[in-house]
Design a binder for this molecule. Structure first.
Ligand code: MG
Ligand code: ZN
Length: 198
């Protein structure tokens, strides 16, 4: 057995969330979300984050947004979108403790997941956070690889689980992740419910 049980998350203090496909609905065909009008929070997300808040855990977003490098939106547009996301969550009683994003194109930086830069920024900003008390929650292989390379536990949000055909990436993510959930809401219910009630 390793130093921790991969399927026991009760000691998790820091929850890292991917954005597109975890918090909000991804657009078809890998299109980028560049405007608030395209941003649709998924069902149960605000409640799930509020539960994490109440359990005393820190909730941080780590998101690749190469739409900035591609010129599809500006960094200011991205910040505005994240401000509106925070406002919408606040109205529903939920709070994000930090949002880290990579605006770069592939091969340009050390922060595009699965590279470690966004997590390293977070660990500098939150000195209590480390790979042993953090979990990465994401819907792509890139997210699960990022967490696994760091030595963190990972939870794969399997959005294809009810679709007819599965991609090889989803199968690899399922195999690599510490645990699998159907949605952020399901993830919190199954693995990160408020401590004292589990
Ligand atoms: Mg995603
Ligand atoms: Zn980057």
């Amino acid at each position: 057995m390793g130093e921790h049980n991969a399927n026991n998350f009760s000691d998790i203090e820091y929850v890292f969330l991917d954005r597109d496909g975890v918090l909000n609905r991804s657009l078809p065909d890998g299109r980028f979300i560049t405007r608030w009008e395209e941003f649709e929070l998924l069902p149960g997300v605000a409640d799930a984050i509020a539960q994490l808040n109440r359990s005393g855990r820190k909730v941080m977003v780590v998101t690749n947004q190469r739409c900035v490098a591609l010129g599809l939106c500006s960094e200011a547009d991205l910040l505005t979108l994240h401000e509106r996301l925070r406002n919408q969550l606040t109205q529903q009683g939920a709070r994000l403790d930090a949002i880290y994003y990579c605006p770069h194109d592939a091969g340009e930086c050390n922060c595009r997941k699965p590279l470690p830069g966004l997590f390293e920024q977070a660990f500098r900003d939150f000195p209590g956070a480390d790979v042993r008390n953090s979990v990465m929650v994401g819907d792509s292989l890139r997210d699960i690889e990022a967490g696994a390379r760091m030595g963190m536990r990972t939870i794969f949000i399997d959005v294809e689980s009810e679709a007819g055909s599965r991609s090889p990436e989803a199968d690899r993510s399922t195999a690599l992740a510490s645990a699998v959930a159907l949605s952020l809401s399901d993830c919190v219910q199954q693995y990160l419910s408020p401590r004292g009630y589990e």
